[in-house]
Design a protein around this ligand. Structure first.
Ligand code: S3P
Length: 421
């Protein structure tokens, strides 16, 4: 394959989620340019609409105008809120509704209902909210919110979803929130709140958020999603020749651990900064096909590349030597058991891979990848193995392809656009 052309990835999922939340809680009308319009973003918009926010339909290529209700203006939903496949939506909505004096039932699809929620409800209970569990640690959950107390919390998990949920609870309830995490996770909530005038003091592992009295309406152009760009980067690295330019990508340092790992793998990638939006750095990536070597990923870097492990594991299966990803147990509770499924699917297509409770080992080679891949309807597994299927002589059958619409509806079109035979 020959890599070529210049492409802009879809809007960042994390930033789109936060913009929808903050626009709904703002005073006045906000406009979001270039938001992600995927199923996950629609789940978030749908849940916020059910709570009274006015959000225009999310359509590709269209700016989204939303009328905020103010920090105390959301209203009780009629039925259950269905967050679909989106963990970020579920956790943020748990945080927001914890600050409101009504009852909210939150559910999701079969994958989301299996994912852990106590990481958010435990600290929210400390703030004074209560929850009815219908399914243990998972969804559905009924939230009984109301007046909340300030929080000082040491989170056992490095999770930006937990941080965001707690900051949004503090924001809507008007109480301060201090959080310490074991390893730093992505800091989009901190940056966006700061850009909107709120006080967030943060160092490497700890933050203290003092809620403002109001959030002003804002206009935002959402940067391209580095996690979606990572699949295009990988396709270009595995190509035989050419060069791919990826423009308008968010390059927030807490998100681009995968670029640092790829550098250690000898990948030919240059990153050029081009500007900043609402505190988020943006840049252009230039990628050339590369002979990769194996890499060791440490537990400390995992949060900065948590969503890129599927595609890094696929690249490791084409690299020279054995790559080791340590401290990746969090992958067991993502949209699927990504740790287990990465190992079984890599083996199913002829690669050498092994997973333990918290470690993934992948030995690279250049045999043709052939076989059937079970995606378990996990968008990132589908995209990672679709990229592997672009190498010469590959013959991989995916159990389904539709799940890509969760985060990257135009993925297959973009892949065809950047690779030519
Ligand atoms: C996200 C945080 C990450 C990531 C998810 C989006 C966010 O989850 O996996 O896709 O927008 O905050 P955790 O921080 O819970 O690991």
């Amino acid at each position: 394959m020959i890599a070529g052309g210049s492409i802009v990835p879809p809007g960042d999922k994390s930033i789109t989620h936060r913009a929808l939340v903050l626009g709904s809680l703002a005073d006045g009308t906000s406009a979001i340019e270039g938001p992600l319009t995927s199923l996950d973003a629609r789940s978030m918009a749908g849940a916020l609409r059910a709570l009274g926010a006015e959000i225009a339909p999310l359509r590709p290529g269209r700016r989204v105008v939303l009328r905020g209700r103010g920090l105390r203006g959301l209203t009780a939903p009629r039925g259950s809120l269905d967050c679909g496949n989106s963990g970020t939506a579920a956790r943020f909505i748990l945080g927001i509704t914890a600050a409101y004096p009504f009852r909210t039932r939150i559910t999701g699809d079969a994958s989301l209902r299996r994912r852990p929620m106590r990481r958010v409800t435990t600290p929210l209970r400390l703030m004074g909210a209560s929850f009815e569990e219908e399914n243990g640690d998972g969804l559905p959950l009924v939230v009984h919110g109301g007046r909340l107390k300030p929080l000082e919390y040491q989170s056992p998990t490095a999770s930006a979803q937990v941080k965001g949920a707690l900051m949004f609870a503090g924001l809507a309830a008007g109480v301060s929130v201090a959080i310490r995490e074991p390893v730093r996770s992505r800091d989009h909530t901190e940056r966006m709140l700061r850009a909107l005038g709120a006080r967030v003091e943060a160092d490497d592992l700890a933050l203290r958020f003092t809620p403002p009295a109001t959030i002003p309406a804002f206009d935002l152009r959402v940067p391209g999603d580095p996690s979606s760009a990572a699949f295009l980067v990988a396709a270009a690295l595995l190509a035989d020749s050419g060069e791919l330019e990826i423009r308008g990508v968010g390059v927030n340092p807490t998100r681009i651990g995968f670029l640092k790992v790829l550098e250690r793998m000898d990948a030919a990638i240059t990153v050029s900064p081009t500007g900043e939006v609402l505190g988020e750095p943006v840049g252009t990536l230039l990628v050339r096909p590369s002979r990769l070597r194996a890499v060791r990923v440490t537990p400390e870097e995992v949060p900065s590349l948590i969503d890129e492990i599927p595609i890094l594991a696929v690249l490791a299966s084409r690299a020279e030597g054995t790559s080791v990803f340590r401290g990746v147990e969090e992958l067991r509770v993502k949209e699927s058991d990504r740790l287990g499924l990465l190992a079984t699917n890599l083996r199913a297509v002829g690669a050498a891979a092994e997973a333990t409770t918290d470690t993934l080992r992948v030995t690279g080679g250049d045999a043709r990848p052939r076989g059937k891949v079970e995606t378990a309807r996990d968008h990132r597994l589908a995209m990672a193995f679709a990229v592997l299927n672009t190498v010469r002589g590959a013959d991989i059958r995916l159990s389904e392809r539709k799940s890509v619409a969760v985060s990257y509806p135009g993925f297959f079109d973009h892949l065809a656009q950047v690779l030519h035979s």
